[in-house]
Design a protein around this ligand. Sequence first.
Ligand code: A2P
Length: 277
Amino acid sequence: MTEMRPVTEAAAIKAPTLPDAQTVTQVKHWTDRLFSFRVTRPASLRFRSGEFVMIGLLGDNGKPLLRAYSIASPAWDEELEFYSIKVQDGPLTSKLQHIQPGNEIILRPKPVGTLVHDALLPGKRIWFFATGTGFAPFASLLREPQTYEDYDEIVITHTCREVAELEYGRQLIEQIRQDELLAELIGEGFADKIRYYPTTTREKSPRMGRITELLRDGTVFRDLGIEGGIKPETDRAMVCGSLAFNHDIKAILEDFGLTEGANSDPREFVIEKAFVG
Ligand code: A2P
């Protein structure tokens, strides 16, 4: 009996204080509006790169306060990464932005989402269109071997207001290009398939303007040397950004002759509808 007590006490201290608790392992603040963090991964969690889960904290009323977050890490990673906006009066992110390594968050282990390879028909070139923190699912898909097995060319566009807001994506792509583990997993030279196309709208940078405008006036295709624009026979697309952005890109892709797919009905493009940041 005496021997059991310390074990029970230790277990009580270690027991998660939150339902579906995971422990924060890393936090990085990119700007006063953006941060990324990594948490432990539940042993049972299986997901497809590009999917999202519900994560959050306990609210002031003691009830879980959860939001949909795209998993920014690839399916093979032993931890989970997230990329988030900070809204100073936002119910969740006003608190979430203060997490530190060792803290716990709630993570419901039920991944879902439309930005998955299964929802697209085979193609040659895939376009990832992101604004702001909509880059997150592509941070996962750019580290997913299947992306490179399925396509000859990956164009990732990222539109943000300011240069500093591009930094998470820029550094991630730079790391991917030098990553020996990925080169081993996917094959040497895999990163040559990535075409990175960052643009800003409110601060001067080498490429300025909304990606929607740059697609409509053909600038993107001229810059990347892509003849004939986006073609339904060869081009596939995934879209993740604000509601207005998703709406506008959808119209552009449809003008190019692409149709929207789903898990149950794979086609030429997909849009993440759960994303609201
Ligand atoms: P803009 O500065 O012209 O509004 P936000 O920070 O508001 O989520 O926006 C992120 C980026 O997405 C900004 O550069 C913004 O451009 C751009 N954006 C917002 N709405 C659209 C849209 N409907 N089409 C294209 N880009 C958009």
